[in-house]
Design a protein around this ligand. Structure first.
Ligand code: NDP
Length: 341
């Protein structure tokens, strides 16, 4: 066997710093550890991260709400440079600038080996930080607005309601919805966050800590209700959200920032206007390379056109990941947050 078959760019790389949990729990469970990192196998690449995206799903995985095998390196989103390419990977080459939202977790690291399927080349005009901030949240905004359609259609001029609109997914959706001509009613947890949602394209904003959002939505829509509610808050907003929908409206549940939605009887959807309910996850939408790239191309285009600006309001060193999680869970963040390895 000749040593010449070992790629020269990767021969010296054997370990990486990464954020791991040994058991589910609070932010204190996350520790920076040194882990081995090897060569990519078939269908895989090795990426050196330049920036890492923070997402609420990282909290669910850390707490065990979404149980995963342990020990677990967290993180579903990142951007960096391809260092090595495994057999059969044709869409990426060593040296490519890339970004991704992908399973399995592992982006809270300096470098990692991972499946190449969801890894996309980053256009030249988009920075690593923007790439790391926008892939999971932006692809989510894409499928929420483009693929979660009420049976009665969704057109410019229609009202929709989006909860926690000043957050990472929220500020992207506010801008994209405006570009599509939708009349977005935002909710958020402070007057300052409401202002931010309006500045980013929401037509109305309701502070749901001080106002009854259901009554306000009825008021704004002259008693009609909205065609779609996008609800990533979960437990606290579920009941009120159903009462914001017009007949045949669509309830899109996609998160549980306040806790999981409790069990409910489908029979209650009839008297409220024969409503539709769906529980969505990005990972049902990016199951093929082609689908992922098509969604990413749409996201890149809307960002490059200037219609959607990816706001990064918080930056933390990867070593300060506990503080980043505390801030996210305490509702202190707005827009996107990145971790820097
Ligand atoms: P955000 O930046 O939006 O942060 C979460 C926000 O939720 C907070 O800032 C806060 O905003 C609001 N919130 C309401 N109640 C609570 C509470 N009790 N505790 C903490 N936060 C609360 O996070 P992301 O942009 O990362 O994600 C938004 C939601 O979308 C999450 O539920 C996430 O899991 C979900 N998601 C789902 C995906 C999917 O495909 N299913 C993909 C991506 C995200 P405020 O103070 O304004 O109320």
């Amino acid at each position: 066997m000749s040593t010449a078959s070992t790629p020269s760019n990767s021969a010296a790389i054997t370990t990486t710093l990464a954020v791991q949990i040994q058991q589910p729990g609070g932010p204190e469970q996350m520790a920076l550890v040194s882990l081995p990192v090897g060569e990519p196998g078939p269908g895989q690449v090795r990426i050196a991260h330049h920036a890492i995206g923070l997402n609420y799903i990282d909290v669910y995985q850390r707490t065990g709400l979404y149980p995963l095998p342990l020990p677990l390196t967290l993180g579903m989103e990142g951007a960096g440079v391809v260092e090595a390419v495994g057999e059969g990977v044709t869409h990426l080459a060593v040296g490519d600038r890339v970004a991704y939202a992908a399973n399995p977790p592992g982006s809270y690291s300096q470098r990692r080996v991972m499946p190449a399927m969801n890894v996309c080349r980053l256009p030249d005009g988009i920075s690593f930080e923007t790439g790391a901030a926008m892939m999971l949240k932006g692809l989510t905004a894409q499928y929420l607005l483009k693929r979660c359609r009420p049976t009665e259609g969704l057109e410019a001029g229609d009202f929709v309601l989006f909860h926690a609109a000043a957050g990472g997914v929220g500020l992207i959706v506010c801008q994209w919805a405006k570009a599509l001509g939708l009349r977005l009613i935002a909710t958020a947890g402070s007057d300052e966050k409401c202002r931010l949602a309006i500045e980013n394209g929401a037509e109305f904003a309701i502070n749901y800590r001080t106002e009854n959002f259901t009554a306000r939505v009825k008021d704004i829509t002259a008693g009609q209700g909205v065609k779609v509610v996008y609800d990533g808050v979960g437990k606290d907003t579920w009941d009120g959200s159903l009462d914001c929908l017009r007949p045949f409206g669509l309830m899109v549940s996609f998160g549980n920032a306040s806790g999981p939605v409790p069990a409910f009887a489908p029979g209650m959807l009839g008297p409220k206007g024969s409503l539709y309910v769906t529980r969505q996850t990005l990972f049902s939408h990016i199951t093929s390379r082609e689908r992922t790239q098509a969604m990413a191309d749409e996201l890149f285009a809307v960002v490059q056109s200037g219609a959607v600006n990816i706001r990064i309001d918080q930056r933390f060193a990867l070593a300060d990941v506990q503080a980043a999680h505390r801030s996210l869970e305490a509702r202190q963040t707005t827009g996107c947050t990145v971790l820097l390895p």
